[in-house]
Design a protein around this ligand. Sequence first.
Ligand SMILES: [Zn+2]
Length: 146
Amino acid sequence: MYRFSRAIYRELVEDIIDGSSPGTSGVSNRESVLRACEATVERLGQDRYSFARPARKLILDIRPYFPLAAQVRMRRVVEHYIASADEFLTAQFSTGFDLAGDPLACRALTRRSVPCQRPPLAHNGYCPSHQHLADEVEQLVESRAA
Ligand SMILES: [Zn+2]
């Protein structure tokens, strides 16, 4: 996954404001941006389905480190590479295995409160019998966003 955070960082590094920012104990702005990019793709890889708007989160995290004139481009770069990372994950998950090579299982619990063992669908991580849960989550996320 880190190739995506590195790609974002490489595209943006020239635009990052020099120096460091208050409250970061001297960590350079470049380092702060790189860390934020890495944290985002790492979380996306581990927790894709409950990470609702990764690009938006990363844009908000790194916005203070860019001059106003560079922010439109920064947003485009982040959105582009986070979308690529997400496509990559969807393709990976449709093989039935996670990034570590472990088999994926449905995210739901059964009526007996044990994890469902059925193979999930790649786009939402629930097996065919638990698709109704995915719909409920989506509705909740959408109602929060509205
Ligand atoms: Zn299931």
